[in-house]
Design a protein. Structure first.
Length: 249
Protein backbone atom coordinates (compact mmCIF):
# COMPACT_ATOMS: atom_id res chain seq x y z
CA UNK A 1 0.00 0.00 0.00
CA UNK A 2 2.81 2.35 0.94
CA UNK A 3 4.72 1.53 -2.27
CA UNK A 4 1.56 2.18 -4.31
CA UNK A 5 1.16 5.63 -2.76
CA UNK A 6 4.80 6.47 -3.51
CA UNK A 7 4.34 5.34 -7.13
CA UNK A 8 1.20 7.45 -7.52
CA UNK A 9 2.99 10.44 -6.05
CA UNK A 10 5.90 10.02 -8.45
CA UNK A 11 3.54 9.65 -11.42
CA UNK A 12 1.73 12.83 -10.35
CA UNK A 13 5.01 14.74 -10.05
CA UNK A 14 6.16 13.44 -13.43
CA UNK A 15 2.85 14.48 -15.02
CA UNK A 16 3.13 17.97 -13.52
CA UNK A 17 6.72 18.29 -14.69
CA UNK A 18 5.74 17.35 -18.25
CA UNK A 19 2.87 19.84 -18.25
CA UNK A 20 5.18 22.56 -16.95
CA UNK A 21 7.72 21.83 -19.69
CA UNK A 22 4.95 21.95 -22.31
CA UNK A 23 3.80 25.36 -21.03
CA UNK A 24 7.36 26.67 -21.01
CA UNK A 25 7.88 25.43 -24.55
CA UNK A 26 4.61 27.05 -25.67
CA UNK A 27 5.73 30.27 -23.98
CA UNK A 28 8.98 30.20 -25.95
CA UNK A 29 7.21 29.44 -29.24
CA UNK A 30 4.86 32.39 -28.82
CA UNK A 31 7.80 34.54 -27.70
CA UNK A 32 9.79 33.79 -30.87
CA UNK A 33 6.71 34.57 -33.00
CA UNK A 34 6.35 38.09 -31.56
CA UNK A 35 10.01 38.85 -30.88
CA UNK A 36 11.65 41.36 -33.19
CA UNK A 37 11.61 41.81 -36.95
CA UNK A 38 13.93 42.76 -39.76
CA UNK A 39 12.36 46.21 -40.00
CA UNK A 40 14.21 49.31 -38.82
CA UNK A 41 10.89 51.16 -38.89
CA UNK A 42 9.32 48.67 -36.46
CA UNK A 43 12.40 48.78 -34.22
CA UNK A 44 12.25 52.56 -33.97
CA UNK A 45 8.48 52.55 -33.49
CA UNK A 46 8.59 49.97 -30.68
CA UNK A 47 11.46 51.70 -28.88
CA UNK A 48 9.38 54.88 -28.87
CA UNK A 49 6.21 53.10 -27.74
CA UNK A 50 7.91 51.27 -24.86
CA UNK A 51 9.56 54.40 -23.47
CA UNK A 52 7.89 55.94 -20.43
CA UNK A 53 8.90 59.40 -21.67
CA UNK A 54 6.70 58.96 -24.74
CA UNK A 55 3.60 58.74 -22.59
CA UNK A 56 4.23 61.78 -20.35
CA UNK A 57 1.75 63.86 -22.44
CA UNK A 58 -0.90 61.19 -21.80
CA UNK A 59 -0.34 61.33 -18.03
CA UNK A 60 -0.48 65.12 -18.11
CA UNK A 61 -3.74 65.19 -20.06
CA UNK A 62 -5.30 62.57 -17.76
CA UNK A 63 -4.41 64.84 -14.84
CA UNK A 64 -5.98 67.73 -16.76
CA UNK A 65 -9.12 65.64 -17.21
CA UNK A 66 -9.32 64.96 -13.49
CA UNK A 67 -8.54 68.59 -12.62
CA UNK A 68 -11.18 69.94 -15.01
CA UNK A 69 -13.97 67.58 -13.95
CA UNK A 70 -13.69 67.58 -10.17
CA UNK A 71 -14.91 70.44 -8.04
CA UNK A 72 -12.76 70.24 -4.92
CA UNK A 73 -9.09 69.71 -4.16
CA UNK A 74 -10.07 66.73 -1.98
CA UNK A 75 -11.71 65.00 -4.96
CA UNK A 76 -8.70 65.70 -7.18
CA UNK A 77 -6.21 64.47 -4.60
CA UNK A 78 -8.28 61.32 -4.04
CA UNK A 79 -7.99 60.40 -7.73
CA UNK A 80 -4.28 61.26 -7.87
CA UNK A 81 -3.59 59.44 -4.61
CA UNK A 82 -5.40 56.25 -5.62
CA UNK A 83 -3.67 56.25 -9.03
CA UNK A 84 -0.26 56.75 -7.41
CA UNK A 85 -0.94 54.03 -4.81
CA UNK A 86 -2.04 51.65 -7.56
CA UNK A 87 1.21 52.10 -9.51
CA UNK A 88 3.34 52.12 -6.34
CA UNK A 89 1.79 48.92 -5.00
CA UNK A 90 2.26 47.15 -8.34
CA UNK A 91 5.94 48.08 -8.48
CA UNK A 92 6.59 47.24 -4.81
CA UNK A 93 4.97 43.81 -5.09
CA UNK A 94 6.55 43.07 -8.46
CA UNK A 95 10.10 44.30 -7.78
CA UNK A 96 10.16 43.61 -4.05
CA UNK A 97 8.45 40.23 -3.83
CA UNK A 98 7.48 38.46 -7.06
CA UNK A 99 10.57 38.99 -9.22
CA UNK A 100 13.09 38.04 -6.51
CA UNK A 101 10.93 35.06 -5.51
CA UNK A 102 10.45 33.68 -9.04
CA UNK A 103 13.92 34.80 -10.21
CA UNK A 104 13.13 34.22 -13.86
CA UNK A 105 15.82 35.48 -16.17
CA UNK A 106 14.80 37.82 -18.97
CA UNK A 107 14.94 36.09 -22.39
CA UNK A 108 17.37 38.78 -23.56
CA UNK A 109 19.77 37.77 -20.76
CA UNK A 110 19.10 34.02 -20.69
CA UNK A 111 22.32 32.17 -21.69
CA UNK A 112 20.18 29.63 -23.59
CA UNK A 113 18.32 32.29 -25.64
CA UNK A 114 20.22 35.57 -25.64
CA UNK A 115 22.14 34.88 -28.85
CA UNK A 116 19.15 33.52 -30.79
CA UNK A 117 16.67 36.36 -30.31
CA UNK A 118 16.27 39.80 -31.86
CA UNK A 119 17.58 42.60 -29.64
CA UNK A 120 16.95 46.23 -30.61
CA UNK A 121 19.72 48.80 -30.08
CA UNK A 122 21.45 46.47 -27.59
CA UNK A 123 18.51 46.95 -25.20
CA UNK A 124 18.34 43.91 -22.91
CA UNK A 125 16.80 45.25 -19.69
CA UNK A 126 17.89 44.70 -16.10
CA UNK A 127 16.72 42.47 -13.30
CA UNK A 128 14.28 39.57 -13.51
CA UNK A 129 11.49 38.90 -15.96
CA UNK A 130 8.32 37.72 -14.16
CA UNK A 131 6.05 39.62 -14.21
CA UNK A 132 6.12 42.62 -16.56
CA UNK A 133 5.81 45.93 -14.69
CA UNK A 134 5.08 47.72 -17.99
CA UNK A 135 2.06 45.49 -18.59
CA UNK A 136 0.88 45.68 -14.98
CA UNK A 137 1.24 49.45 -14.57
CA UNK A 138 -0.45 50.34 -17.84
CA UNK A 139 -3.32 47.90 -17.28
CA UNK A 140 -3.77 49.16 -13.71
CA UNK A 141 -4.06 52.74 -14.99
CA UNK A 142 -6.35 51.66 -17.84
CA UNK A 143 -8.79 49.80 -15.58
CA UNK A 144 -8.79 52.49 -12.89
CA UNK A 145 -9.52 55.33 -15.33
CA UNK A 146 -11.99 53.22 -17.29
CA UNK A 147 -14.06 52.68 -14.13
CA UNK A 148 -13.52 56.25 -12.98
CA UNK A 149 -14.63 58.01 -16.16
CA UNK A 150 -17.07 55.47 -17.67
CA UNK A 151 -16.46 56.33 -21.30
CA UNK A 152 -16.54 53.28 -23.59
CA UNK A 153 -14.23 54.97 -26.06
CA UNK A 154 -11.65 55.98 -23.48
CA UNK A 155 -11.83 52.62 -21.70
CA UNK A 156 -11.29 50.70 -24.95
CA UNK A 157 -8.43 52.93 -26.06
CA UNK A 158 -6.71 52.74 -22.65
CA UNK A 159 -6.91 48.93 -22.61
CA UNK A 160 -5.53 48.83 -26.17
CA UNK A 161 -2.74 51.14 -24.99
CA UNK A 162 -1.84 48.66 -22.25
CA UNK A 163 -1.99 45.70 -24.66
CA UNK A 164 0.33 47.57 -27.03
CA UNK A 165 2.79 48.27 -24.21
CA UNK A 166 2.84 44.59 -23.28
CA UNK A 167 3.47 43.58 -26.88
CA UNK A 168 6.48 45.92 -27.10
CA UNK A 169 8.13 44.07 -24.22
CA UNK A 170 7.96 40.75 -26.05
CA UNK A 171 9.04 42.36 -29.32
CA UNK A 172 12.14 43.75 -27.61
CA UNK A 173 12.94 40.38 -26.05
CA UNK A 174 12.85 41.55 -22.43
CA UNK A 175 9.76 39.54 -21.40
CA UNK A 176 8.10 36.24 -22.19
CA UNK A 177 4.40 36.27 -23.14
CA UNK A 178 3.52 34.71 -19.77
CA UNK A 179 5.29 37.60 -17.99
CA UNK A 180 3.08 40.04 -19.87
CA UNK A 181 -0.13 38.05 -19.36
CA UNK A 182 0.53 37.84 -15.62
CA UNK A 183 1.33 41.57 -15.58
CA UNK A 184 -1.97 42.41 -17.29
CA UNK A 185 -3.91 40.22 -14.87
CA UNK A 186 -2.24 41.66 -11.78
CA UNK A 187 -2.57 45.21 -13.10
CA UNK A 188 -6.28 44.73 -13.83
CA UNK A 189 -6.81 43.42 -10.30
CA UNK A 190 -4.88 46.33 -8.78
CA UNK A 191 -6.76 48.89 -10.87
CA UNK A 192 -10.10 47.39 -9.82
CA UNK A 193 -9.16 47.21 -6.13
CA UNK A 194 -7.95 50.81 -6.00
CA UNK A 195 -11.07 51.96 -7.81
CA UNK A 196 -13.13 50.28 -5.07
CA UNK A 197 -11.03 52.18 -2.52
CA UNK A 198 -11.59 55.43 -4.44
CA UNK A 199 -15.34 54.77 -4.71
CA UNK A 200 -15.65 54.09 -0.98
CA UNK A 201 -13.71 57.22 -0.04
CA UNK A 202 -15.35 59.47 -2.66
CA UNK A 203 -18.83 59.35 -1.18
CA UNK A 204 -17.47 60.34 2.20
CA UNK A 205 -16.41 63.69 0.78
CA UNK A 206 -18.93 64.19 -2.06
CA UNK A 207 -22.70 63.90 -2.62
CA UNK A 208 -24.11 61.01 -4.64
CA UNK A 209 -24.88 62.35 -8.11
CA UNK A 210 -25.92 60.42 -11.21
CA UNK A 211 -25.31 62.41 -14.39
CA UNK A 212 -27.84 61.82 -17.18
CA UNK A 213 -26.67 63.96 -20.07
CA UNK A 214 -25.30 63.66 -23.58
CA UNK A 215 -22.51 66.03 -22.53
CA UNK A 216 -21.26 64.07 -19.52
CA UNK A 217 -20.50 60.45 -18.63
CA UNK A 218 -22.34 58.76 -15.74
CA UNK A 219 -19.60 59.93 -13.38
CA UNK A 220 -19.70 63.53 -14.56
CA UNK A 221 -16.76 63.71 -16.97
CA UNK A 222 -17.23 66.03 -19.93
CA UNK A 223 -17.01 64.25 -23.31
CA UNK A 224 -15.26 67.27 -24.83
CA UNK A 225 -12.45 66.86 -22.27
CA UNK A 226 -12.23 63.16 -23.12
CA UNK A 227 -11.80 64.21 -26.76
CA UNK A 228 -8.73 66.17 -25.64
CA UNK A 229 -7.25 62.95 -24.25
CA UNK A 230 -7.98 61.19 -27.56
CA UNK A 231 -6.30 64.00 -29.48
CA UNK A 232 -3.16 63.84 -27.32
CA UNK A 233 -3.03 60.06 -27.76
CA UNK A 234 -3.33 60.47 -31.54
CA UNK A 235 -0.46 62.98 -31.67
CA UNK A 236 1.63 60.71 -29.42
CA UNK A 237 1.16 57.84 -31.86
CA UNK A 238 2.14 60.15 -34.74
CA UNK A 239 5.31 60.99 -32.81
CA UNK A 240 6.03 57.26 -32.35
CA UNK A 241 5.52 56.67 -36.07
CA UNK A 242 7.92 59.53 -36.79
CA UNK A 243 10.49 57.85 -34.54
CA UNK A 244 10.01 54.69 -36.58
CA UNK A 245 10.64 56.52 -39.84
CA UNK A 246 13.68 58.36 -38.41
CA UNK A 247 14.90 55.98 -35.64
CA UNK A 248 18.03 58.00 -34.80
CA UNK A 249 16.15 61.26 -34.31
Amino acid sequence: MYDKEILQSRNFESHNRKNKLKLLELDRIIFHFFNGSQSQFMDGLVMALTSGLTWIPLYIVLFYLVLKNNETMAQIMLVVGCTALCVLSINCIDDGIVKPLISRCRPSNDPMLKYSIDVVNSYRGDGFSFFSAHAANTMGIAIFFGLLIRSRLLSSVMVLWSLMNGWTRVYLGVHYPSDVLAGWAFGALAGFMFYLLYHKMYYKISPKLNYISSQYTKTGYDYSDIDVVMTVLAFTLVYALFRGIIPNY
